[in-house]
Design a protein around this ligand. Structure first.
Ligand SMILES: [Zn+2]
Length: 239
């Protein structure tokens, strides 16, 4: 990597880290009463995502979990913005590079909403059949993203009865993590390469439990974030 590129990456990362706190403060200062959460159901349309050992498609499971999660959040008085609500990508037919067009559009929709938190729903796959369990990813330099990821990851441990030894993991290359300006996580709900888990992931009742699990993690994060913002405001007033 050339020095110029290295510096560009360094400053981009720095910029992201510094502006995170100020963006959170401006959201708090805007006096918006309702919390806003953006849900991104990964893939869709001509992009099925991972294909399960049982033939189930990642894009369908992502949307099913996203729709249930939307309902749970709305019941908790959270305003929800969805990047897609049907089996469609966010590209246009005339787009040459459909995957890139799709990812850019998702980020545009999310950033425009200035959400307090963002979850992108996905399913995983791995060459070894015995690998299973949910895992949450956050952008390496985002403290808020990490907090959100950890709350949801803890909830996954409860879902699996403590068997899920996985931990929230940082990442510095996923497109969405790099281009979304709010605290954002990618939730890989489970492995479609594992027979038992693929069967569960295709089951409506389990999809509902997944949605509830993610919803609980988000609510814990939002309540904690509210307390942190109040603390910042208080310190600002007394100084
Ligand atoms: Zn995916």
């Amino acid at each position: 990597m050339g020095l110029a590129l290295l510096l560009a990456v360094f400053f981009a990362a720095r910029h992201l880290g510094l502006s995170e706190a100020s963006r959170a403060q401006s959201r708090a200062a805007s006096g918006r009463e309702q919390k806003v959460v953006a849900i991104d159901a990964g893939h869709g349309g001509n992009d099925p995502g991972k294909v399960g050992v049982n033939g189930s498609l990642e894009k369908d499971i992502n949307l099913a979990v996203a729709e249930r999660l939307k309902r749970y959040l709305e019941q908790s008085d959270v305003q929800v913005v969805m990047t897609r609500e049907e089996d469609k990508g966010l590209y246009r037919d005339r787009d040459q590079r459909k995957k890139m067009a799709d990812m850019k559009k998702r980020c545009q929709v999310i950033n425009k909403a200035e959400p307090d938190a963002v979850v992108s729903i996905h399913q995983n796959s791995y060459p070894q059949e015995d690998v299973s369990g949910g895992q949450v990813f956050y952008y390496r330099d985002s403290g808020e993203g990490r907090r959100l990821a950890e709350r949801i990851q803890e909830r996954f441990s409860l879902l699996s009865g403590g068997e899920n030894g996985r931990q929230a993991k940082s990442n510095d290359s996923y497109y969405l993590l790099l281009h979304v300006e709010s605290p954002v996580v990618i939730v890989e709900c489970g492995f479609l390469s594992n027979w038992a888990e693929a069967r569960r992931l295709a089951d409506e009742e389990y999809q509902d439990r997944l949605a509830w699990t993610i919803h609980m993690g988000i609510m814990e994060y939002l309540n904690g974030a509210g307390a942190r913002a109040a603390e910042i405001t208080e310190k600002g007033e007394t100084s």
